[in-house]
Write a protein that binds this ligand. Structure first.
Ligand SMILES: Nc1nc2c(ncn2[C@@H]2O[C@H](COP(=O)(O)OP(=O)(O)OP(=O)(O)O)[C@@H](O)[C@H]2O)c(=O)[nH]1
Ligand SMILES: [Zn+2]
Length: 239
């Protein structure tokens, strides 16, 4: 039985951890098996500083291959900037040590309806072209005894967004993490996103958007699913 690796594995940066590393292999016998981001066994042998130095060198070569003059003061720092941005910002969710710590509370209020956190803004990057995917994520769950700190739902979304992604996997990773953390199958995730690889290049369709959804447990029921979808259409004025 393969278990998921907890966030703070002290062996993380040692060669002995080669065979135990896997990122977000969630559960062992249900549909979230196999949704892990494909990673090399040696993914965490380099420190972040070593990764930044290595990526900066490669990116410098890409820029020079394109013919750019890196002695220009505006371009000179770009390889280092891009490398730092990859490791510390837009791909920081590849490292489980950056997974948000989740605060759960007892459902003392006996709140039994769904909780919807809608319009979670996310920025990710397409793993095929390395250009942005961005949009909104809407999530919901029905408590099985615990409630989650609201901001942690946003943090779960952002953690998985900060990887090279396809929208389908992002949807399933968020759903899998919510199922695992909240100990319930009653989970819904809906992502409505723009892919710059579709709008700014290639087919150059600026109008289309991509919607993916996951409905688990009671959300497979049409009435429950429709309640969730109806909440997304509420037009509240907040201020
Ligand atoms: N299913 C899925 N496809 C994606 C996602 N993001 C990008 N893609 C698609 O991945 C595909 C990659 O296709 P390729 O034919 O290998 O790449 P390409 O030659 O750049 O294709 P074009 O984008 O059509 O120019 C494209 O059709 C993208 O639109 C995603 O999140 N999910
Ligand atoms: Zn793409």
């Amino acid at each position: 039985m393969e278990k998921r690796i907890v966030e703070s594995d002290p062996l993380r940066n040692t060669p002995e951890s080669f065979n135990t590393l896997s990122v977000d292999e969630i559960g062992d016998d249900h549909l979230f098996k196999g949704i892990a981001t494909p990673m090399l066994p040696q993914a965490f042998l380099k420190t972040d500083e070593e990764k930044i130095a290595s990526i900066a060198g490669h990116f410098k070569a890409i820029m020079e291959t394109l013919g750019l003059d890196l002695s220009d003061d505006s371009l000179a720092g770009t390889p280092q900037r891009v490398a730092k941005m990859y490791v510390q910002e837009i791909f920081s969710g590849l490292d489980e040590r950056n997974k948000p710590k989740i605060a759960l509370f007892e459902n003392k209020y006996r709140y039994g309806q769904m909780l919807v956190e809608k319009n979670i803004t996310f920025y990710s990057n397409c793993e095929h072209h390395f250009v942005p995917i961005f949009g909104k994520v809407h999530v919901a769950y029905i408590s099985s005894g615990k409630v989650i700190g609201l901001s942690k739902l946003n943090r779960i979304v952002n953690y998985f967004a900060k990887r090279p992604q396809v929208q389908e996997r992002l949807t399933m990773q968020i759903a899998g993490e919510m199922e695992s953390v909240l100990n319930t199958k009653d989970i819904a995730v809906l992502i409505d996103a723009k892919h710059l690889c579709v709008s700014s290049r290639g087919i150059k369709d600026d109008n289309s958007a991509t919607i993916t959804a996951y409905y688990g447990g009671r959300f497979s029921d049409d009435a429950v699913k429709n309640e969730f979808l109806n909440y997304l259409n509420l037009n509240t004025t907040y201020v």
